[in-house]
Ligand binder design. Structure first.
Ligand SMILES: C[S@@+](CC[C@H](N)C(=O)[O-])C[C@H]1O[C@@H](n2cnc3c(N)ncnc32)[C@H](O)[C@@H]1O
Ligand code: SF4
Length: 462
């Protein structure tokens, strides 16, 4: 894989990460609880036999300056207790709407910091969930952990609650970088927590890193990668720093001058892919994800069973996803719906017996078709034009004449090969996958480049 600075400059612009299509900025307040309830109950709505549950646990003890997550910093435990009480009521409301024959095959706790909950709170919440939903025997049950917010009691509570995969935040092991982002987390602390998890039977874990943070250099980040490999993660997410200070004001706490230049970032990106795939022996999944060849995610990539949802890449294709807690986004056949962001609204709606949906979108036929195309680009790295034509009853090449014309630039740059029956993304093209998907996004303005907007909605693609 070769990273070309000129190409990176050419294609670096704000763009979606396509964890959904249409993307969240296009959700509208015209969609509310009644739409979601109809979708859950209407006998005519296609639903999947198995489904996925997501729980948003937004609280953290201290602020990491780079953070772009929906989180709330608090030291007041009663805020967490209150929130968990409302969340349990929301679980009750949702579970009453779901046919009891359907089973959970994927569950995820994200945040914020789910492990900021005490061991008792973790057990209590999970036993409440299990009392309301039934699970498949091999369900993937995962949680985001922050090593700074762990204890032996929490590790045991996580293992006994049935979690079988953890996602652990690292970001960077360099002390100078850690100080600049206000996240002091020595290597030894992370290593100790992972050992403890392993000794409690949790073998599968992935680590989150970020490149593009202050003071990072190719050399310093290579050292972090070297340290990371000694921990033997089954998966790695190496995120491009989403620098969006107009959306997340606290990111201004990091001096912009200290961020690596685009040239350095590009060199870091190249080193990350080279190092992890050669020395690390990991498979490059797509965008920012890597996995050991024997890991399910790498197998799914080979078997063309990879899928993309709000948590990034997933092995569970096409499941309905019901999400609980503030800001969380659910995905059904016809809709995306997002829960309210404010805890006061959340409480009022749930206590009033309503699913706390604030906005959303109903997918049109065109949205369904483009969602499939973008999913194929992001996960299969190719478009099978005959299959798309047959599945959607269209002539793909005629229907998407303008979009195919837009792909010309990628073909010229060796990022894509158009064979007629198949449009194939090359190895180098995988580095620009968001840009390629953007060619099929009907919601993006075409007349002016989004980079000229004063406040773009999205982070940079490269
Ligand atoms: C909700 S956090 C993970 C759990 C826990 N709160 C922690 O920080 O360890 C999910 C991950 O999002 C990533 N992340 C957060 N802000 C980001 C940003 N601005 N750009 C890129 N990745 C970011 C980090 O790698 C982080 O580990
Ligand atoms: S990175 Fe994690 S711990 Fe830090 S503020 Fe964001 S959600 Fe909280």
């Amino acid at each position: 894989m070769k990273l070309d600075l000129e190409l990176a400059k050419k294609y670096s612009r704000p763009g979606p990460r396509y964890t959904s299509y249409p993307t969240a900025p296009h959700f509208s307040e015209d969609i509310g609880p009644a739409h979601y309830a109809t979708e859950l109950n209407d006998a005519g709505t296609p639903v999947t036999d198995e489904f996925s549950l997501y729980f948003h646990l937004p609280f953290c003890r201290s602020l990491c300056y780079f953070c772009a997550c929906n989180m709330i910093i608090t030291s007041r435990r009663e805020h967490i207790t209150d929130y968990l009480n409302i969340l349990k009521q929301e679980i009750d409301l949702l579970s009453r709407q779901i046919n009891k024959d359907r089973k959970v095959s994927q569950l995820h706790w994200g945040g914020g910091t789910p492990t900021y909950l005490t061991a008792d709170e973790i057990r209590d919440l999970m036993s409440h969930i299990r009392s309301r939903f039934s699970f498949t025997a091999d369900a993937e049950i995962s949680i985001e952990i922050h090593p700074g917010e762990m204890s032996p009691e929490r590790v045991v509570a996580i293992a006994e609650s049935g979690f079988n995969r953890v996602s652990c935040g690292v970001q960077d092991f360099n002390p100078k970088v850690q100080a600049a982002i206000n996240r002091i987390q020595p290597y030894e602390v992370t290593a100790e927590v992972l050992e403890l998890l392993k000794s409690n039977g949790i073998e599968h874990f992935n680590l989150d890193l970020i490149y593009g943070l202050p003071y990072q250099t190719v050399e310093s980040f290579s050292e972090t990668l070297e340290q990371v490999l000694t921990l033997h993660p089954s998966r790695l997410a190496v995120y491009n720093y989403a620098y969006v200070p107009w959306l997340k004001k606290h990111q201004n706490l990091i001096d912009e001058e200290l961020l690596p230049t685009p040239e350095v970032k590009l060199a870091m990106h190249a080193r990350i892919i080279d190092y992890l795939t050669s020395v690390g022996g990991m498979a490059f999944i797509g965008m920012d994800h890597f996995a050991r060849p024997e890991d399910e995610l790498a197998l799914a990539l080979n078997n063309r069973a990879l899928h993309r949802n709000f948590q990034g890449y997933s092995t569970k294709a096409g499941l309905d996803m019901y999400s609980l807690g503030i800001t969380s986004i659910s995905q059904t056949y016809n809709y995306y719906v997002q829960n309210t962001k404010l805890i006061s609204n959340y409480r009022d709606m749930v206590e009033g017996g309503q699913l706390p949906v604030e906005r959303g979108i109903r997918l049109s036929e065109d949205d369904h078709l483009r969602r499939q195309i973008i999913q194929d680009i992001m996960c299969q790295f190719e478009l099978d034009t005959n299959k798309l034509s047959a599945n959607f009853g269209i002539d793909f090449r005629a229907e998407f004449e303008h979009e195919i014309a837009r792909l010309g630039t990628f073909v010229d740059d060796g990022l894509l090969v158009d064979e007629g029956d198949k449009i194939l993304i090359t190895e180098n093209g995988r580095l620009f996958i968001r840009n390629i998907a953007m060619a099929f996004d009907a919601y993006l303005p075409r007349d002016s480049r989004p980079t000229t907007a004063k406040q773009p909605r999205y982070s940079k693609t490269v």
